[in-house]
Design a protein around this ligand. Structure first.
Ligand SMILES: [Mg+2]
Length: 230
């Protein structure tokens, strides 16, 4: 079947443009585990860190922490402290994937329009974009950086829809790239976009559970996009 030409690419940030799981998620789980362990008698910090990772297969990071708290009947203020430890605004030194900047530069040189739609606490996500040196490609002023606060709206659909409106393009001319099947892949397909899954991060080995979680393309590394988008 002939495919329509792609004119624009929407990227996810965490585990799509940099190794968030390795550089930030595990240290964040460690901080939350330390807070939880202080409130659970005879508990083990490493075990609580591993349990968050196991629960995160099905739950969000925040809900994994809440689930552990529920099992141990922890007070609400302990849960809040653990969530704050996980999500602190301070972001450690982080670096993009080796091929991130060269891939973005080449796509821009090929005249693809680029947008970043990222989920999380806005201050923290903004800081990541700065630290990763991605301001040259993505900014809120130009509409090419859209921050999706999932505490207000859990699903990513509206933020992705806003990106499509900024491009003023039909969704079928947009390729959406991300690592999460149940987040950007499903949401982008619901909106009629083409999708590419980067096989990385916590959902790396996960199989699609519904038709809308099935991506159109799978990428082992970001620069594989350059073959997909001539
Ligand atoms: Mg991601």
């Amino acid at each position: 079947m002939a495919r329509r030409r792609i004119d624009a690419v929407i990227f996810d940030l965490d585990d799509t443009l940099f190794d968030c799981t390795g550089q930030l998620t595990e240290p964040a789980r460690r901080r939350a585990a330390e807070t939880l362990a202080a409130a659970i008698p005879d508990s083990d910090v490493s075990a609580l860190q591993r349990l968050q990772a196991e629960l995160a297969d099905q739950l969000s990071s925040a809900d994994s922490i809440r689930e552990i708290a529920r099992r141990h009947e922890l007070r609400a203020d302990v849960v809040e402290s653990a969530l704050a430890a996980y999500n602190r605004d301070h972001v450690e030194a982080i670096a993009p994937f080796q091929d991130t900047r060269s891939t973005l530069d080449e796509l821009a040189a090929r005249h693809y329009r680029l947008c970043l739609v990222t989920t999380g606490r806005p201050e923290r996500q903004r800081r990541k974009v700065d630290l990763l040196g991605l301001r040259g490609h993505f900014s809120e002023e130009s509409g090419s950086l859209i921050l999706h606060d999932d505490r207000k709206v859990p699903e990513k659909d509206e933020a992705l829809h806003r990106a499509a409106r900024c491009f003023n393009l039909s969704p079928c001319r947009i390729l959406s790239v991300g690592d999460k099947l149940n987040s950007e892949i499903a949401a982008s397909k619901r909106l009629g976009m083409r999708t590419a899954r980067l096989c990385f991060g916590r959902q790396k080995n996960q199989r699609p559970r519904t038709p809308e979680e099935r991506p159109d393309h799978e990428l082992n590394r970001l620069r594989d996009l350059l073959e997909l988008l001539p």
